[in-house]
Design a protein around this ligand. Structure first.
Ligand code: UDP
Ligand code: MG
Length: 315
């Protein structure tokens, strides 16, 4: 029985000239074995190495491949958005260019999709080639996120996932600039199912996410899916005010009972500095949200495309 459904594999690549020539043959073998109309869309996220040339060679040799080149490095979230915006097939699948999400698992995702699920997301049961510190911080992030946010973002889940066309349609309506894709993927809802897999080590090249970038991504995730930090300032304020009130009563009582030799400079300094600190933190939190509001209000396009190539490319 021939299946006429179609699938697009979307791959964001930033400086992946070493990994892509290894990935594509692997991917190609898998797609050959699939009973589907398969396409591949590579998004070059403003790479500074030979990624674009490598991609052109791949596209020239494989008619399934289309290319999209962004005008500069917009970051993985926007590169994926740019790619997913171009998908017009029955489903799309997102994959990392470095082979950490093994393409050999695509048939398993497709099988779940055929069972009727709209989103099939890969959950990492093991992470090779990553330091304990990265695993520890990643685990911590997912837990904080679940605690702070109403959207239940599944833990240890990356962008490795398959989405049906109605999920893609829903996703296309979310045009926020501060994008935390894992959150948006979950936010849209529909029938979702997890597929556990072992995350492999990177095939070639180096990770683009250092801890500073990951920290910023974490902030993005928290601020775009939770306003709890804003409320936190209120609670801390109420708590300190109550403590201060109790303490004030005690000082009055002490003065009335035992008189008031001038004392208390150290405690005064402590209180002033403590409150100053809390106020600055609260201001900082407000600033984080305000800054994002500002960026959002400018209504700039999410990304700029410089070139598109291939049979299914736009334009
Ligand atoms: N990536 C991208 N734009 C960027 C950074 C990364 O498109 O600005 C792509 C990268 O090429 C890879 C994927 O995002 O396909 C995941 O990146 P990486 O492997 O560096 O992240 P890690 O797996 O270490 O979290
Ligand atoms: Mg990687």
């Amino acid at each position: 029985m021939a299946d006429t459904s179609s699938l697009t594999i979307v791959i964001a690549a930033f400086n992946e000239q070493a990994a892509l020539p290894v990935l594509h043959p692997r991917l190609s073998t898998v797609l050959d074995g699939l009973d589907l109309d398969c396409r591949v869309l590579y998004v070059d996220d403003g790479s500074k190495d030979g990624t674009w040339e490598v991609l052109r060679e791949i596209a020239a040799a494989d008619p399934r491949v289309s290319l999209l080149r962004l005008a500069r490095n917009f970051g993985k979230e926007l590169a994926l958005t740019a790619g997913l915006d171009q998908v017009h097939t029955d489903a799309a699948m997102v994959l990392d260019a470095d082979g950490q999400d093994p393409p050999e698992l695509i048939p398993a995702f497709v099988a779940k999709w055929r069972e009727g699920f709209d989103v099939v997301y890969g959950t990492r049961s093991r992470r090779d080639g990553e330091t304990w510190f990265k695993r520890f911080t990643a685990a911590g992030f997912y837990r904080v996120m679940r605690w702070l946010s109403q959207t239940d973002i599944p833990r240890d889940t990356g962008d490795f996932r398959l989405m049906s066309s109605r999920v893609l349609d829903a996703l296309r309506q979310l045009r926020e600039r501060q994008r935390f894709m894992k959150g948006l993927f979950t936010w849209v809802g529909f029938r979702q199912v997890s597929l556990p897999y072992q995350r492999e080590a990177r095939m070639a090249g180096a990770t683009k996410f250092n801890y500073w970038r990951l920290w910023n991504l974490a902030l993005e995730g928290i601020t775009s899916f939770s306003t709890v930090p804003l409320r936190l300032a209120t609670y801390v304020g109420v708590f300190t005010a109550l403590v201060a009130f109790g303490w004030g009563l005690w000082i009055i009582a002490r003065t009335v009972l035992w008189g008031d030799p001038v004392q208390g400079w150290p405690s005064l300094m402590t209180v002033v500095l403590f409150l100053g600190g809390i106020q600055l933190v609260a201001l900082g939190i407000i600033g984080e949200y305000l800054g994002r509001l500002y960026v959002e209000s400018k209504q700039r396009p999410l990304y700029v495309v410089s070139e598109a190539l291939g049979p299914h490319a736009p334009g």
